[in-house]
Design a protein around this ligand. Sequence first.
Ligand SMILES: [Zn+2]
Ligand SMILES: [Zn+2]
Length: 260
Amino acid sequence: MGDTWQRRIDRAAHLAEQDEAARPLLLMYGRLLGIQRDCDETLRRHADRLTGSLDRDLPAVRPCVARMLRALASIAPSRFAEEARRILEGADPAIDAMLLSGWHGPSGRQFVPKIALQPYAQCLAATGVRPIDRDIPRGKYTCPFCGGAPQLSILASAGTADGGGRQLLCATCFTVWPFGRVLCAHCGEEDEHRLCYFHSPSFDHLRVDACDSCRHYLKTVDLTRLGIAVPVVDEVAGGALDLWALEHDYQKIELNLIGL
Ligand SMILES: [Zn+2]
Ligand SMILES: [Zn+2]
């Protein structure tokens, strides 16, 4: 789908111009994406050294992440900045510990490890170097490449490069994989009476897909309604829909980088 870091950055800037309410979050997200792009560019220069074992890849990943943490410490809002500074004070051992714990025991609320690991995971996915030591519990609907949880789902028209239909997008490595149209991405509920959708006219191409069996949800980006959307960015821009879901006691399968 040609979803590059630069395309995400440009889309965040464009949406920030258009949407005053979401602007602060989108500007913030755009800065995070810029930091991740720089990390990815450095990693790609050493891509032939990556093995898929984070323990063995640390010498290549650590310097990129150290630069990323210095950038986060200077421009991010305080919650990222403080955590980034604290890790930097612990030098290489603290950076390694942060990366390894985020890789082997991902937690939806640990945002700095997520920010740091996405470029590594995307680099592995892009170069086809499969993660070999990520023994996390794999759910039925986790990423077939890295085992991560889905960030969102995508509706694409039939006949596109991705084959159309509904897909899930991994929150860690950005791999997309086919998924049923009427199916909960958390528990597998298939009863359409237990699955509900919430749509707001303000976001014509977005909707909340929620499940009344497990009370989880994710957002769907409908590319058949807006082909220029960049799913991970438009998902962030639709934060108002997350507030609706929270008010109705649904829990998101995987929070995005800005915590919604
Ligand atoms: Zn993945
Ligand atoms: Zn469910």
